[in-house]
Design a protein around this ligand. Structure first.
Ligand SMILES: [Zn+2]
Length: 185
């Protein structure tokens, strides 16, 4: 029974990730390469890296102000704290499956992989909020011109991903989302 549900959920995950990947290829007109295939494989897709930039974002007053805002707002600590909380949940869930449900370990690990997907999206959404907040502070201290220039630089340096795809795989919002947030409020 538990195995049947597991197989069905993994198949569903595979199909949804495939749809996401095809949608992304169409929207960006870029090949995903071997990573795109690896992202379809359960468990492997938890560790496949996502290339984020074509080149380093050049240093600027805006980038410095953004990083300073991260430090002042204690974003790193908060992010790590959330990671620890989520990790505790994961360990608890794993133990529950292994001890209470007496599941074989590979079955429990795959269930954990599936259960972690919405939490991962939540974590990315939380990180995005921090980025917007740091951008907002930098904007306040340096003004619209500096923000606009920085966002343009970022857009050129960054590999383009759609927002939905980025929510699944990135801890940073896309340059397009960041400019929208910054310049349209
Ligand atoms: Zn940042």
């Amino acid at each position: 029974m538990a195995l049947g549900i597991l197989v069905a959920l993994l198949a569903l995950e595979f199909v949804l990730r495939l749809v996401l990947e095809i949608r992304e290829r169409r929207a960006t007109q870029m090949h995903g390469g071997v990573f795109a295939l690896l992202r379809l494989v359960p468990l492997l897709n938890d560790i496949v890296p996502l290339p984020e930039s074509r080149r380093d974002v050049p240093a600027s007053a805006f980038v410095e102000a953004h990083e300073r805002a991260h430090r002042e707002l204690r974003h790193g600590i908060l992010r790590n704290l959330l990671k620890v909380i989520l990790l505790c949940f994961a360990v608890g869930f794993l133990l529950f499956l292994l001890v209470r449900c007496e599941m074989p370990w590979w079955c429990a690990v795959l269930y954990l992989h599936l259960a972690a997907i919405p939490f991962r999206l939540f974590f990315h959404w939380y990180c995005w909020g921090q980025e917007y907040e740091a951008d907002g502070r930098a904007f306040k201290s340096l003004g619209k011109k500096a923000a606009k220039d920085a966002m343009r630089e970022l857009a050129v340096s960054e590999i383009f991903y759609t927002p939905l795809f980025a929510l699944f795989y990135r801890e940073h919002p896309t340059a397009a989302l960041r400019s929208q947030k910054l310049l349209n409020h």
